[in-house]
Design a protein around this ligand. Sequence first.
Ligand code: HEM
Length: 430
Amino acid sequence: MAHCVTPLTSSMASLGCACRFFPSATTRAEAYSLPLLSPPPSTPRSSLKCLKSSPSVSPLFLNQKFQRRTLVHAPNAGGVVRSPTCFASDPDQLKGAREDIKELLKTTFCHPILVRLGWHDAGTYDKNIEEWPKRGGANGSLRFEIELKHAANAGLVNALKLLQPIKEKYPNVTYADLFQLASATAIEEAGGPKILMKYGRVDVSGSEQCPPEGKLPDAGPPSPAAHLRDVFYRMGLNDKEIVALSGAHTLGRSRPERSGWGKPETKYTKDGPGAPGGQSWTVQWLKFDNSYFKDIKETRDEDLLVLPTDAVLFEDPSFKVYAEKYADDQDTFFKDYAEAHSKLSNLGAEFDPPEGFSIDGGPAKAAPEKFVAAKYSYGKRELSDSMKQKIRAEYEAIGGSPDKPLQSNYFLNIMIVIAVLAFLASLVVN
Ligand code: HEM
């Protein structure tokens, strides 16, 4: 598999590198039952992390046998042989999963709930806590039942059910990556902006690593603006990002039986698509555009939802600047949304490799343009051979040479001056 970045040693090859030679979860399970492949007591934490299987507490994933990260231990002359370094997720499997997510979206119209899943996994991040995974964030903890049962996550078990077959088909994609991949793909497939994503998020391994309840925002707090700032500033996000990200409510519906907010159904939701019912923020709630902002600003439609935390975006003086801008200018909304979403998707995540990787061919993060000092310097630079030849040819065409600068033709110049003076004199005389 492409995520193995260092060559196999022959001893590993003969045993079968977990990355390359165990194509299915079952085969890997057999491999791990071999005593040769069990970790020695001295294995350092990082290696254990790599070896550890992921107990999936959610009943949905009970048949998930192994966490993505693998490390092969095998005897050789010196003792333990480590496997090639493996990324947290396999880039090829991520690409495969992305295609399957696109198919899933086409058949089930589950864009909104996948976006909400990604947001709720990442949105527990606390910038004031350094330690991973205690700091929360995009670490796949939302797959555990204990976190799924948090009131804010009502209904998200359905998103997990939808992703389960994809996770099983691509076991070498971490949950943390899968959730963020699904969310970004859903935004893009709904007509939203391309989001610059990086992958390689490491999963938490147990439910004891889930964040405490109460990290996500309430929809109807006593002071909505202050509450949004409390929650989003804790994540390291600012006013612009709060407003831009709230624009994700251009997708989806609120269901009273889940969150307690919204109507059981409206004229826009009674026929689906997908499971009918709920109250949407926009008329076309499967299309990602700036209608969320336009509708809050201009439309008074009883069938459209405006939560207290939505309304405040046009009331608070600082939020309002962005909300107005996004209502007037979809391009600016798309640009700011894509940036904020990308940032949200990385919150709290531990990446392996540490810089993450892209699955779109480019670098994980657009590298800043390199400043090329030589372009502007007056320092002596060697000319290329072809340039030297060109210069020589130009000199020779006028009878000179680059090695010997042309002499000024004083005689010719004097003759020209005399001729001009003679001409002027003849004009005066006549
Ligand atoms: C600003 C604070 C936010 C609050 C108070 C909030 C609250 C809510 C509530 C109450 C629902 C309805 C859930 C249900 O009944 O099923 C919901 C749905 C949704 N939220 Fe938020 N949300 C916030 C921010 C965000 C952000 C930042 C995103 C994404 C970047 C997001 C994406 C969504 C989506 C897509 C849905 C629709 C889900 C579906 O149709 O199944 N929300 N939100």
